[in-house]
Design a protein around this ligand. Structure first.
Ligand code: ADP
Ligand code: MG
Length: 238
């Protein structure tokens, strides 16, 4: 069953056609990576799914229901959550307080304490629990941000370049976190540049190019596709 589907999705900014007729299906339970050169429209596609941008035309369905023009908070309430490229954590508060803020909407008392403890362990942030979030290492900030996103108990988690700037060890640990969340039933759509990470986590890969779906398949099919290699030529970060 598809958890998310877009049909003929378009987004234009003035004369710039950033999302171009995208038909995309995300199966429930899958880990799907979205790749493509800089400026291909990956982040814009996320913002359309989240309702931060409204499409110029086309439709978006979540669990079979149309959400094309639903408000962002409504999509979040229905189980879509996101971790963007730029961390959205409260730097002047401790790690623990950040998680408390994210969780206190639906938990209190002992269940709140237990869930904070569970998340701190899951995010490898137990020893940093009382540090200010602003003082965390880059990788730890990303993990806290993932924690904030999963506090909402999403059914669909969107990750925009979750491993950007991470060391190889941090990247691998992030992959394990994503796989653990997926094993608990979370469907994942991740924008990612790091091909070793894409190989580690992805069941399926979609390549966006100039706002269009350019190729789709397993990581092995994608990396052996000469057309895909060609669009990355000359890109320093690919
Ligand atoms: P990616 O995440 O694949 O690097 P983006 O979705 O961020 O690509 O951007 C795709 C293109 O859309 C870029 O040319 C970018 O400048 C443009 N774009 C994104 N958001 C806006 C906006 N709010 N207004 C105008 N242009 C935008
Ligand atoms: Mg982007």
């Amino acid at each position: 069953m598809a958890i998310l589907e877009t049909r003929g999705l378009n987004k234009r900014f003035g004369g710039l056609h950033v999302t171009n007729d995208v038909d995309f299906t995300l199966e429930k339970g899958e880990i799907h990576c979205l790749i493509g050169p800089n400026g291909a429209g990956k982040s814009t596609f996320f913002r359309l799914i989240l309702g931060e941008y409204l499409p110029s035309s086309g439709q978006i369905f979540y669990r079979g229901e149309e959400i094309t023009r639903a408000k962002s908070f409504e999509r979040i309430r229905r189980g879509i959550s996101v971790k963007f490229q730029v961390p959205g954590i409260f730097k002047a508060l401790s790690v623990r307080q950040n998680l408390e803020i994210a969780l206190q909407h639906h938990l209190d008392g002992a269940s709140l304490k237990n869930e904070i403890a569970r998340l701190l362990s899951f995010l490898k942030l137990e020893e940093a629990a009382h540090q200010l979030a602003g003082n965390l290492s880059h990788g730890q900030k990303q993990w806290l941000e993932i924690g904030m996103a999963v506090s909402l108990k999403p059914q669909l988690l969107l990750l925009d370049e979750p491993t950007a700037g991470m060391t190889p060890d941090e990247t691998f640990a992030t992959g394990e976190m994503v796989q653990a969340l997926n094993a608990e039933g979370v469907t994942v759509l991740a924008v990612e540049h790091d091909m070793s990470f894409v190989r580690q986590i992805s069941h399926k890969v979609t390549v966006l190019h100039f706002g269009k779906v350019f190729a789709q398949g397993t990581i092995d099919e994608i990396i052996s596709d000469d057309r895909v290699a060609a669009i990355y030529l000359g890109q320093s970060d690919a």
